[in-house]
Design a protein around this ligand. Sequence first.
Ligand SMILES: Cc1ncc(COP(=O)(O)O)c(C=O)c1O
Length: 375
Amino acid sequence: MYVIKNYSRLPVSFVRGEGVYLYDDKDKRYLDFLSGIAVCSLGHSHPKLVEAICGQAKELLHVSNLFENPWQEELAEKLVEEFWTAGKVFFCNSGTEANEAAIKLARKFFRDRGEDRYRIITFRKGFHGRTYGSLSATAQEQFHRGFEPILEGFDYAELNDIDSVRERLREDTAGIMLEVIQGEGGVNECDPEFLRGVQELCRERGVLLIVDEVQTGIGRTGRFYGYQHYGIEPDIITLAKGLGGGVPIGAMLARDEVAKHLTPGSHGSTFGGNALACRAGLVVVEEVKRLLPHVAEVGAYFRKKLEDLKVGKVKGRGLMLGLELERECRDVVLEALERGLVVNCTAGRVLRFLPPLTVEKEHVDEAVDILKRVL
Ligand SMILES: Cc1ncc(COP(=O)(O)O)c(C=O)c1O
């Protein structure tokens, strides 16, 4: 009644969750193959996560970023340990904010060196968020409509087409920003060769490579960061979603040499990386590191089962999978929900699966059985 209707919500009200299951207000059980769109990486009510959050709530929820923050230090160290080189972390609250930080840092990096470079190349069907910088980086006009003018300084290229990147590179290009697997755009994976080409162009032209790992990061694809599958070395990566396991947190990691340009006072966030969010992040990161082989194994199993359905093209990696149908998939989502399976439809015809990273093969069997009946 009083909430703005900016979402088309599905007709279910979940009241509790346990592992990979959700329960609605009539106590009906659902298998959750969406995880709050890649957020609840450890499933629901994970005992270690619950304990850490409750414990921290009893001690201290928040102090301003005006003060020392040992929880951020601890979490940042864990995130940098997995990065390809020495780096530093800025904490915020969401994916769009992490990308705003990345865009600002890319501009500042060059401006501090007296170079007037500010443009960023992004990709068609990509998604980087809804605030103005990230929205402008999102090369999909449907998200811009009515909100124009979007920000100046973004050039849109075609994914997996290195010539289209080369054509858009200019003297004043500061960065190239991409998702190694586009999530919202329909689970579209970058070709390894294309990514290596982008990396080469970045090195040749001194352009920063920014990888948006908001959806692909924190174990989702079977590696800690999605870029690790492709042998590239980004200058900046952005994180959010799965990092807090359900507690809002975002992060931007940058190579030391780049990170140092985010000087005191240049950027900030009131809530970013508060004690509660970082404690949650610490538990998630510890657990996810252990779960990586599991994600790869169950992901491959799930992929095979989807392929065996022979109803469409299977896309993605690990536990970030898509099934591209010949038709619109919203009805499939509704019918699956009716039968107790939560999935999502993206880019019109792509059924998207983002189960908790703790999902087991028997849950995959259960989900595929439901899908089989629905399809
Ligand atoms: C790749 C990617 N980047 C950024 C975002 C924006 O994240 P948030 O909704 O937390 O702002 C999303 C959200 O779906 C995403 O998938």
